[in-house]
Design a protein around this ligand. Sequence first.
Ligand SMILES: [Zn+2]
Length: 168
Amino acid sequence: MAVTRTVRKPRELKLADFLKLERELARLETENKRLALDNRSLESDLAMSRYAIIELMDVQGLLDGHEGLEDHQDLVAWRRQALDRVLNAADPRPALQMGAYGHGERALCPLCRGSTNGPGNTRGFAFPEGLRRHLLGESTPHQCEVFAAADKSIIRRIRAKVVRMGGA
Ligand SMILES: [Zn+2]
């Protein structure tokens, strides 16, 4: 039975492979730079869209003070103040007036004018707890889009700062 031996490739071929890999690496580096630029431009588009949402929807300035924050404790303090302002700006009405059964009050979200996806023609959120959860995105998959726009813009700046400090 014939034994097949692996034939060693000549040196020239290895060099050619190496050069091919180098070209591929250079191509990937260029591609990577291009993607990083695209990413930066998308990030800045997203930041502008968030500002536009807040500008258009928050006519009462309930979310003021979110600009320029980049520390976690600032985020926590801003959230508490903004939440208070939005809850104070709400117009709670008896549940029956809002198409719901039972006691208690309900209010539309002062920012997005949204309501819970409840049964029938139920309007607004249970006040204040349901509205609070809508604003903060707690126990619900759908956080208020307007509150989230300000929230996320702060979170993005906190992350950017962490990356900056980590990279220093
Ligand atoms: Zn809302």
